[in-house]
Design a protein around this ligand. Structure first.
Ligand code: A3P
Length: 337
């Protein structure tokens, strides 16, 4: 039985590999900010490894209706939301003292990254081996998930929490992040102007940014009980309100006893930028080769503020980004502070 399952997975992998090898040369290419290339796959710019990741999810991933997928465009607050959701889900398993996993591990090490892990030899079985409810994270746009995960009529439709952010802050955050990675790889910095041209034209990691946001916004309007759409700025302004909202969306509302015990405030404090960014585990530069580049825990913490764009963007850049945002989001009730 175990053997037939393994060979089925391998067959699926081989089939996807073949499709991927045939399709990749047909895709448009763009600069990936790190001296390599993105591929335009179904309207979005992805490194080849995540093109294959999306294909493998279609082919191999077995969704469960209890799955929780944290989704985001990079630099929107993924690290923060990973921490908040992890703390909410596991609140009865750990004390909030020195033994909490979030005090010893970066949030990305506690939440499996779907389109990355699906590649590993036997990783589908690793994902399979996780107990329900599984909490996974992904940067894939909504349209790149299979219907089995996204269609409200599917018995295995998952729950998605999406974190979005003001495009101006996303751009500035991404530019800093990519330049840290470039420096580590001995590449010269990418100028703000060059990065801006790529970003405004949609050529950014999992971009166009605006289309990524739109996909989840529309899905959240269509299926509010399956897709929770959050904004970084709102969570920053009222973290306790959003912790309660998250818990309710996940069908794990806080009891009166928990509320009286101050659990919401404890979660907010544990996951705050000030707390997480000052932990030893998140300060020590331990270079770790991911599948693509050297990233290090401190890379995921910079300023953690709303509106830092004002310190970086020229008035012309602001005008361009505001205009694109206005055009893309016009008439759909979506605005960013
Ligand atoms: P800045 O570069 O603007 O500071 P992601 O986790 O999606 O990669 O996003 C990174 C951004 O979220 C960075 O923004 C980072 O500083 C910020 N961030 C990380 N942890 C945070 C936290 N606990 N609270 C608020 N912002 C956080």
């Amino acid at each position: 039985m175990a053997n037939s399952k393994t060979s089925q997975l391998d067959e699926g992998y081989e089939k996807t590999n073949k499709m991927f090898d045939e399709m990749l040369p047909t895709l448009a290419k763009g600069d990936d900010w790190l001296g390599d290339q993105f591929f335009q796959y179904q309207g979005f710019w992805l490194p080849s490894i995540f093109v294959k990741g999306s294909m493998l999810i279609h082919q191999r991933f077995k969704p469960r209706p209890t799955d929780i997928i944290l989704s985001s465009s990079p630099k929107c607050g993924t690290t923060w939301l990973r921490a908040l959701i992890f703390a909410i889900i596991n609140r009865n398993s750990y004390d909030f003292d020195e033994n909490h996993p979030l005090l010893k591990s970066n949030p990305r090490d506690l939440v499996p990254f779907l389109e990355g892990l699906i590649h590993e030899g036997g990783s589908a079985s690793f994902l399979e081996s996780l107990p329900s409810p599984r909490f996974l994270s992904s940067h894939l746009p909504f349209s790149l998930f299979p219907n089995s995960m996204t269609s409200s009529s599917s018995a295995s439709a998952c729950r998605f929490v999406y974190i979005s952010r003001n495009p101006k802050d996303v751009f500035v955050s991404m530019w800093h992040f990519m330049n840290k990675l470039r420096a580590r790889e001995g590449l010269p910095p990418l100028s703000l102007d060059d990065a801006f041209d790529l970003f405004r034209n949609g050529v950014s990691l999992y971009g166009p940014f605006w289309d990524h946001v739109l996909g989840f916004w529309k899905a959240s309007l269509e299926s509010p009980n399956k897709v929770l759409f959050l904004k970084y700025e709102d969570v920053k302004r009222e973290p306790s309100v959003h912790v309660r909202k998250l818990a309710e969306f996940l069908d794990l509302p806080f009891s009166a006893e928990e509320e009286n015990g101050g659990i919401v405030e404890k979660i907010v404090k544990l996951c705050s930028f000030e707390n997480l960014s000052n932990l030893d585990v998140n300060k020590i530069v331990k270079e770790e080769k991911t599948r693509r580049h050297f990233v290090s825990n401190p890379d995921f913490f910079r300023k953690g503020q709303v509106g830092d764009w004002i310190n970086h963007l020229t008035p012309e850049m602001v005008e361009v980004l505001d205009q694109i945002t206005k055009e893309k989001f016009q008439g759909i009730g979506l605005k960013f502070d």
